[in-house]
Design a protein around this ligand. Structure first.
Ligand code: CO
Length: 133
């Protein structure tokens, strides 16, 4: 396993990108819409890992709701696992609270993801994910 990315919820992705790319000088890898999660994201490479900025695309998006409740800031931490489906089943069998029953495919099948609920992780939303391509 390895740290894949840290997800940061932002109100305005374009403004946030200007800071992370132009002021901090991080390498912007891509900007994409992830309709499955109702977000637009920007990925920046930081060594072996990434920073993921997320903007909700509608008020019902989990990101929009998070910002409404808690303001902008760190939203989740993502750990890459070899097989997110197997990890999901293993954690479920141990009584761990997962957000999705089965991992979801996002980014045109590029990644399969699930989330471990903060109540099981001592307060942090933890994404577990496998890059397929
Ligand atoms: Co993420």
């Amino acid at each position: 396993m390895r740290l894949d990315h840290i997800g940061i919820a932002v109100r305005n992705l374009d403004e946030a990108v200007k800071f992370y790319r132009d002021v901090l000088g991080l390498e912007l890898v891509r900007v994409e819409e992830v309709p499955e999660e109702r977000v637009r994201i920007a990925m920046f490479r930081v060594g072996e890992a990434y920073i993921e900025l997320l903007e909700g695309t509608d008020p019902e998006s989990a990101i929009s709701k998070f910002i409404e409740r808690r303001g902008e800031g760190i939203h989740h931490i993502a750990i890459h696992v070899d097989d997110v489906d197997a990890k999901t089943e293993e954690l479920k069998s141990r009584g761990v609270a997962l957000v999705y029953e089965k991992p979801r495919e996002v980014s045109h099948g590029e990644r399969r993801i699930n989330f471990v609920h903060p109540k099981s992780t001592f307060g942090v939303l933890l994404e577990i994910m496998t890059r397929v391509k």
